[in-house]
Design a protein around this ligand. Sequence first.
Ligand code: FES
Length: 109
Amino acid sequence: MRWVKIDIPLPEEDFVKMIKIDGKKLCLVKHQHKLHALENNCPHASGLLSAGWCKNGNIICPIHRYEYNLETGKGLPGQNDYVEVYPIEEQEDGVYIGLPEGFWKRLFS
Ligand code: FES
């Protein structure tokens, strides 16, 4: 696991936004005062989850409204899919996202 610091200021209020780490895109969410990081592309047809919104602990893809749990990445029953979620740690000097080794190679190969 490699911990990467988020190098942009984060709003106090809830948000859904795209962030770049090492030039690659992730979806960063603050929902009910808790941060979540997940892959940015919806597995259904590559909609951008960072253009979506949150409801009841799920992020909703803006294209066909598939929903994914922010904690587990699991899609709703019947969707039979999931998104990758990544751990977040808030430390004294900032917020870090934990990326598995080989993360970018696996995500973009
Ligand atoms: S592209 Fe996300 S639900 Fe279809």
